[in-house]
Design a protein around this ligand. Structure first.
Ligand SMILES: Nc1ncnc2c1ncn2[C@@H]1O[C@H](COP(=O)(O)OP(=O)(O)OP(=O)(O)O)[C@@H](O)[C@H]1O
Ligand SMILES: [Mg+2]
Length: 359
């Protein structure tokens, strides 16, 4: 077994719906690009989440440069789409097979249109649709400058997959055996086997994004167990939207009042006592102080609640990385801020399993 420290080349980012998978996937890609790496970020659900996040045009089924990182790093985006993935696959593996029907290349898709093949596949064999999508990701991981999986330098130093949510991740990754049975012995089964081997190798890390709340954490623990028993290498649990503890300046009423008074009128210093207004009764400042303190208490309670769930998330048995809740939501600046956080504390590589990975 080689270096236990080898960085994974395929980062699969999953998690409960709406917890920040797309955000984390893109921030991770940006952070890797800032280390000078050439990174592909893939989405597979036809949602255009990546382009929406980055404010770029919708991603085509084609690799487009999205951002540059320091030291020649680059983020390239790709929206993998089932129809195109199918055409791709057929072109690669059965280029000649459809010759009689309609020729190669673009015309293959015309044949598929007539046959309604994509819809057929989605209805009858969803597992096949998934293997085509993951297969494209697999191909991107394995691609080398010469265009072949020949051990040459890979085109991408890392591929980040904005994956389906935890509820569908096992089936998406083809962990079940239905597909192998469906297409036993054929080229699709062979591809599924190659994909499975990559997914279970030390080149892959599956990261679980969650919020520090009950349901996402519970789902994360379940997913960790499921993925682990399927032999998939787990990376980090990424706890997203973690609240910062209440700001300094909270605490005793008198101190808050004094701080506020100074902030509002730095030149005056007529309020050394605190708690009561200048005339001895409550004034407007007291009301503000009360409101601030009440807000702080609510926040402190939420922070404590989040801490409890963060503690529970440790039960997944993987290192926990926290990303802050950005109060204004995610804009480009926020995205880079999360990327900086990830760069400062990189997501851990999975531990190689003693036997060198499940068979
Ligand atoms: N750290 C954060 N701070 C503030 N807002 C965030 C943060 N992370 C994500 N969000 C917001 O939460 C929402 C969901 O994020 P995102 O789309 O990345 O989640 P997702 O898991 O990909 O969702 P889906 O399951 O729908 O694909 C978005 O509106 C995003 O801007
Ligand atoms: Mg998403």
């Amino acid at each position: 077994m080689t270096a236990a420290t080898a960085a994974p080349r395929l980062h699969v980012v999953t998690g409960k719906g709406g917890t920040g998978k797309t955000t984390v996937a893109v921030a991770l890609a940006l952070s890797l690009a800032d280390e000078g790496r050439r990174v592909l970020v893939c989405e597979v659900e036809g949602r255009q989440g990546v382009s929406r996040l980055l404010g770029t045009e919708a991603l085509p089924y084609e690799e487009v440069e999205l951002a540059e990182g320091a030291g020649g790093g680059q983020v390239v985006g790709l929206a993998v789409e089932p129809r195109a993935a199918l055409v791709d696959y057929l072109d690669t593996f059965h280029g000649g097979a459809l010759g009689g029907l309609g020729g190669r290349g673009a015309r293959v898709s015309a044949v598929l249109d007539r046959a309604g093949a994509v819809e057929f596949i989605a209805d009858v064999a969803p597992g096949l649709r998934d293997v085509l999508l993951v297969g494209k990701v697999y191909e991107a991981v394995r691609r080398t400058a010469t265009g072949r999986s020949d051990g040459g330098r890979p085109v991408y130093d890392a591929v980040v997959l904005d994956a389906p949510p935890t509820g569908r991740i096992s089936r998406f990754l083809g962990i079940g055996d239905e597909l192998a049975q469906l297409a036993a012995g054929g080229p699709i089964a062979a591809r599924a086997a190659s994909v499975a081997a990559l997914l279970r190798s030390e080149q892959t890390a599956v990261h679980l994004v969650c919020l520090p709340e009950e349901l996402p954490v519970t789902e994360t623990l379940e997913a960790a167990a499921e993925l682990r028993s399927a032999g998939l290498p787990l990376g980090a649990v990424v706890a997203n939207r973690v609240l910062a503890p209440p700001a300094e300046g909270g605490g005793p009423r008198a101190r808050v009042r004094t701080a506020l008074r100074r902030a509002l009128a730095p030149d005056r210093d007529d309020d050394a006592g605190g708690g009561v207004g200048p005339s001895g009764g409550r004034d407007a400042l007291d009301d503000v102080v009360e409101a601030l303190l009440a807000q702080d208490r609510v926040r402190a309670a939420r922070v404590a609640e989040q801490r409890r769930w963060l503690g529970a998330a440790a039960g997944a048995g993987r290192p926990l990385r926290e990303l802050p809740d950005l109060p204004g939501g995610i804009d480009l600046e926020g995205l880079y801020r999360l990327a900086d956080d990830l760069a400062a504390s990189p997501l851990p590589a999975p531990q190689p399993s003693p036997a060198g990975g499940a068979a």
